[in-house]
Design a binder for this molecule. Structure first.
Ligand code: SF4
Length: 363
């Protein structure tokens, strides 16, 4: 079995080391590129949401490098993600790729199949081994997310923000050279040390923006045009409302009760949106309110064109914006989105937040 998975932000870093450590042969998906998107778009239905198109591109690139098994999480929520695996298998088969899908469906869909898939991919023969693997995976993804967060914070405060890019680019290059948990953890520790040594500006109070919206567009830098980097180079402190760690905590490690942070978002969203609308629609509303209460200067909602849960959240954010006098900008992404226009909107939004802050200080 030569396994691969979708490229979603930094998940591939943890997943590569995780499955290598468990003795699996891993073909990590190459970093997303224009070619990945073009390949995915060629084979996908025109109106399907962007993440599926990019994933099809990822899978074809990995299959051409030798992968024969695709790992994917499943869903039963009221949005298209629930049928991604079925649709993707159909698309790949029609395109002539014979590949196996192993889907980690939610527990509500039946424990037997989920257990079988976990034991098989984790190379485990008993629950103890599964728990050991779980701890291993948790440690890796937690540290990978810590690096992303630290890089974003450091970039905003750095005397030379491009020094952060240099460190992170080296990290990404070396991820491909290392093998297994120990080497990956050492590389991550070295990267953290290097980031901590970046010279930072004293007494600097950056504009703070929360990134909210659909999880894939928040965490995958190729589809969001490296928004964290762009804002960081403008001296803006960026925080992401959703990360792989927060997703795992809410849906896996704290299941069935959910994490305290995500439950708090549901509570905040409740006066505006009471029910599940699929994806992270409720979290988007709750996160906007959270960032307003935390004293952030604004929030940016990111969503793929046609994303059902985020389309529901979008008009509600207009009400939140009025009620809390909290600036929120929405950016919709698809394969036709141009980077120059995207950049102009980011600059205009940051400009607006700076002027607002100055006026509040004068007033
Ligand atoms: S959350 Fe949005 S982008 Fe993701 S699968 Fe559902 S509809 Fe598509």
């Amino acid at each position: 079995m030569k396994i691969t998975f979708p490229h979603m932000g930094n998940v591939y870093i943890a997943a590569k080391a995780f499955f290598e450590e468990l003795g699996q042969e891993v073909i990590p998906p190459p970093r997303c590129s224009r070619k990945t998107l073009e390949t995915g778009t060629k084979y996908s239905p025109e109106t399907i949401c962007l993440p599926l198109k990019v994933m099809i591109g990822n899978f074809i690139e990995s299959i051409e490098k030798g992968a024969d098994t695709i790992l994917l999480t499943g869903s039963c929520g009221p949005c298209r993600f629930g049928f991604y695996s079925i649709l993707e298998k159909g698309i790949l088969n029609d395109a002539g790729y014979d590949v196996e899908f192993i889907v980690y469906d939610p527990i509500g869909e039946g424990i037997g199949k989920l257990k079988q898939n976990i034991f098989r991919t984790f190379n485990a023969t008993n629950v103890r081994e599964v728990l050991r693997a779980g701890r291993l995976g948790w440690g890796l993804i937690h540290k990978a997310d810590h690096i992303t967060d630290l890089a974003n914070k450091t970039r905003a405060y750095a005397v030379d923000s491009y020094r952060v890019d240099f460190i992170i680019n080296n990290y990404y290059r070396e991820v491909e050279q290392v093998f297994g948990e120990k080497e990956m953890m050492d590389l991550m520790d070295n990267t953290i040390d290097a980031l901590n040594q970046v010279e930072i500006k004293k007494d600097y109070n950056p504009i703070k923006i929360g990134l909210i919206g659909e999880i894939y567009t928040i965490i995958e830098p190729f589809v969001n045009f490296d928004i964290e980097k762009k804002l960081g180079h403008m001296g803006v402190l960026v925080e992401k409302s959703l990360t792989p760690t927060s997703w795992l905590e809410h849906h896996v490690s704290k299941f069935p009760f959910g994490s305290r942070t995500e439950n708090e978002k549901y509570r905040l969203a409740k006066p505006y949106l009471e029910t599940l609308v699929g994806g992270h629609g409720r979290e988007t509303v709750g996160s906007a309110i959270h960032y307003a209460k935390e004293g952030f200067d604004g929030a940016i909602q990111l969503l793929p064109l046609n994303c059902m849960p985020e389309i529901v959240a979008k008009p509600i954010l207009t009400t939140v914006n009025k009620d809390l006098e909290f600036p929120i900008m929405t950016l919709i992404l698809d394969e036709m989105t141009g980077e120059a226009g995207f950049m102009t909107r980011l600059e205009a939004f940051v400009d607006l937040l700076e002027r607002r802050r100055e006026e509040n200080l004068v007033g």
